[in-house]
Design a protein around this ligand. Structure first.
Ligand SMILES: Nc1ncnc2c1ncn2[C@@H]1O[C@H](COP(=O)(O)OP(=O)(O)OP(=O)(O)O)[C@@H](O)[C@H]1O
Ligand SMILES: [Mg+2]
Length: 311
């Protein structure tokens, strides 16, 4: 049975303006300073995931919401140029597209985010015909999607009823509330949960990895894949555990490493590879993504995976 899309992605849609400078600190009082570089790139966790999936050759569709403005058009054009189907990207003339601004020094970043359209994506915006045409549903930035979050469990339940496998990377909750009931409602209809170690502990309310892992995998078949920066990644399912080390790189900009890992892991899962092999692919995808400015400039292709011996 062949479906139109391998993966349907839904979530936060915004450009990132990446400003780079080795040692410049912005200063109020109208102080003007030169910086080294500026680049407008695809931002938004879900969009970076979609770009990573498409780069690996997955047929990818994107569902989100932007305003009828330059940033919105930039996102539609950039996603489309990467071969991603954007027919599910809603354009709402009454709102403004969100924007991320990142001042990057190479090893650290200061980030300012204007939410705009990001928290306004809602259940009515979602075209379930597009979801029905996919094998797999993934979403990013659960905690930024204020309007959709209370109904995300319903989205995942419908996707499962339509025969899709499902995954979620919540990313961080800037309000640090973690909405445990809401996320547990989603995870009841989720096959793969992709937090980093901090998010795993915060969402579970546990302070150690062992208890946090048990909290999610103790009574279900949920596959938990946990990202751990330059220490690599771990996975847990029932009483099984798996691990992969990261590859050694000197990061230029770590924006989107987690989303690129997710794309690699889901590529492995949809290819029917083992959990170990999918973790290794995820780690190469995460590490390579740090080699360029922004989340998508240096994402891995299948030939990169072959070069690193993981495909
Ligand atoms: N400095 C690094 N060196 C090598 N690999 C890295 C590095 N940083 C990230 N990675 C790879 O990318 C994966 C995901 O990165 P990370 O653990 O930072 O995810 P995250 O916290 O979800 O990131 P994000 O900030 O994008 O949400 C890691 O598991 C690792 O494989
Ligand atoms: Mg993350």
């Amino acid at each position: 049975m062949s479906k139109k899309f391998d993966v349907v992605v839904l979530g936060d849609t915004n450009p990132d303006l990446i400003l780079t400078s080795r040692d410049i600190v912005p200063e109020f009082g109208q102080v003007e300073k030169w910086i080294d570089d500026a680049e407008l790139t695809i931002g938004g966790s879900a969009c970076i995931f979609a770009a990573g999936a498409a780069k690996l050759g997955l047929k990818t569709a994107y569902i989100g919401k932007v305003g009828d403005d330059d940033f919105g058009r930039f996102m539609r054009d950039q996603l489309s140029a990467k071969g991603i189907d954007v027919s599910g990207l809603v354009i709402d003339p009454s709102i403004k597209t969100g924007l991320g601004i990142s001042l990057s020094t190479g090893n650290d970043r200061a980030i300012l985010t204007y939410g705009g359209s990001i928290p306004l994506l809602n259940y009515q915006d979602i075209d379930f015909d597009i979801i029905a045409a996919g094998r797999h549903l993934h979403s990013g930035s659960f905690y930024l999607l204020d309007s959709l979050r209370p109904e995300m469990a319903q989205v995942y339940q419908r996707a499962k009823a339509l025969g899709l496998s499902t995954s979620i990377d919540t990313n961080y909750d800037p309000k640090e509330v973690w909405e445990q009931n809401q996320i547990m409602g989603v995870l009841a209809h989720t096959d793969i949960f992709l937090p980093n170690t901090t998010e795993l502990e915060k969402i579970s309310g546990k302070t150690d990895l062992e208890s946090a892992k048990k909290f999610f995998t103790g009574s279900s078949d949920l596959l938990l894949a946990v990202k751990n920066g330059d220490a690599g990644a771990l996975a847990f399912q029932r009483d099984q555990h798996y691990a992969a080390e990261s590859i050694q790189v000197s990061p230029v900009d770590t924006t989107g490493a987690g989303d690129s890992f997710d794309a690699g892991f889901i590529f492995g899962y949809l290819s029917g590879f083992s959990i170990e092999k999918s973790l290794r692919i995820g780690c190469v995808c995460g590490a390579l993504s740090t080699q360029g400015l922004g989340g998508t400039a240096a994402q891995a292709s299948q030939s990169d995976l072959k070069k690193y011996g993981v495909l």
